[in-house]
Design a protein around this ligand. Structure first.
Ligand SMILES: Cc1cc2nc3c(=O)[nH]c(=O)nc-3n(C[C@H](O)[C@H](O)[C@H](O)COP(=O)(O)O)c2cc1C
Length: 354
């Protein structure tokens, strides 16, 4: 049925399609729907503490008996610069005043990078696949994951990053092209202007590594899936298309922004988290664009923008929300995740026959 079965065999799934982990938007119901349809469902756990990870993974594994992927960030500790922190707080103050949110909070780390405690939560709860963004965890954690029989994936945005991931033990590599929604997964190449599109990136990574390659970025229907296989990928990871499914946990204003969006409506921005991520342009992104290189490192911006994003969502306004989205957003269709998954498989089969 599929021209390349290496990824399906590695992951123990029928269809080599991964519903991408999307921190803040993935839900147990979304992940389980993808896994139950024969693909790999994912949970974006980067914003969760261990107890939430245990609860969310436990719930997902009650909804499906098939393989599931838990995803974490492995970012380096940020460099601290208190003058920069204060400049960022001063820039956000007018927005806090406008939304009546009180004082801008102090700059502080927010996300929970993958550590020993998180490892214990993952090993006890039992997802078969663990994926990482921004590199891989330390060698001892990698060894513990491997000893526990887990399959490990991570994203590369360049050939060099793919080679590093393979050398450090990744079982398969997600080639994340420039089109992709959400955070760029780079960790060894930080030149944003040089980030590579999916069409150019996938075959170059396929040539450079021996592990299966998963194409990601701008794939939203069967044509994109067939194209990824033609480029030598063994599977695909799709994010943005799943944001419009019933099971995605996104605010109504985000959902309606996706509904009207086209290929020219996304940009990369550092203004929400301190790391470049692709989302639909809104007022906050536009007004902050001139200052984005003078903001605290990832993830220090998150606690500063969190209250703005929350207030925007509560007021039904997209102005201050992070509306992560890839460049193929126009192809999104609103339907239950299982139906989207089955339609992607059917379309891909059809496109490959042609
Ligand atoms: C809303 C959203 C959130 C995302 N969050 C994560 C995440 O937590 N971890 C991760 O590895 N990738 C994340 N990504 C990136 C996806 O893994 C993937 O690279 C991307 O969605 C592929 O491009 P596409 O959106 O065009 O399908 C996110 C993407 C989106 C759209």
């Amino acid at each position: 049925m599929w021209p390349d079965t290496r990824l399906s065999e590695l992951l123990g799934i029928e269809h080599p399609i991964i519903a991408a982990p999307m921190a803040g938007a993935s839900t147990p119901a979304l992940a389980a729907a993808a896994s139950n349809a024969g693909g790999l469902g994912s949970l974006g756990c980067a914003l969760m503490d261990e107890e939430t990870v245990r609860g969310t993974l436990g719930e997902t594994l009650r909804l499906t008996k098939r393989p599931v992927n838990a995803n974490f960030f492995v970012h380096k500790p940020p460099e601290r610069d208190s003058a920069k922190d204060e400049r960022a707080r001063a820039r956000l103050r007018p927005y806090y005043e406008e939304l009546d949110l009180g004082e801008v909070p102090a700059v502080a780390p927010s996300h929970f990078p993958f550590d020993r405690k998180m490892l214990a939560a993952v090993l006890e709860t039992g997802p078969q696949v663990v994926s990482f963004h921004f590199g891989l965890p330390d060698d001892d954690i990698m060894a513990a994951l491997k000893a526990a029989g887990r399959t490990v994936l991570s994203s590369a945005t360049t050939v060099r990053e793919a080679e590093i991931l393979q050398r450090r033990g990744a079982d398969a590599i997600i080639a994340q092209g420039y089109e992709a929604g959400g955070h760029r997964g780079f960790f060894a190449s930080s030149e944003v202007q040089a980030q590579v599109g999916t069409m150019a990136l996938v075959p170059q990574i396929v040539d450079a590594v021996s592990v299966p390659v998963i194409a990601a970025g701008g794939i939203a229907d069967g044509r994109g899936i067939a194209a990824a296989f033609a480029l030598g990928a063994s599977g695909v990871q799709i994010g943005t298309a799943f944001l419009s499914t019933d099971e995605a946990a996104i605010a109504p204003a985000y959902r309606s922004a996706l509904r009207g969006a086209g290929e020219e409506d996304t940009r990369l921005t550092r203004s929400f988290s301190g790391r470049p991520a692709r989302g639909l342009v809104n007022r906050y992104m536009e007004e902050m664009a001139a200052h984005e290189n003078d903001l605290p490192d990832f993830p220090l911006m998150n606690p500063l923008t969190g209250p703005l994003r929350k207030a925007g969502a509560e007021r039904g306004s997209p102005d201050f929300m992070s509306l992560w989205s890839g460049q193929a957003v126009r192809l999104n269709r609103e339907m239950p995740a299982g139906d989207l998954f089955r339609s992607l498989i059917a379309q891909a089969q059809d496109a490959m026959k042609r």
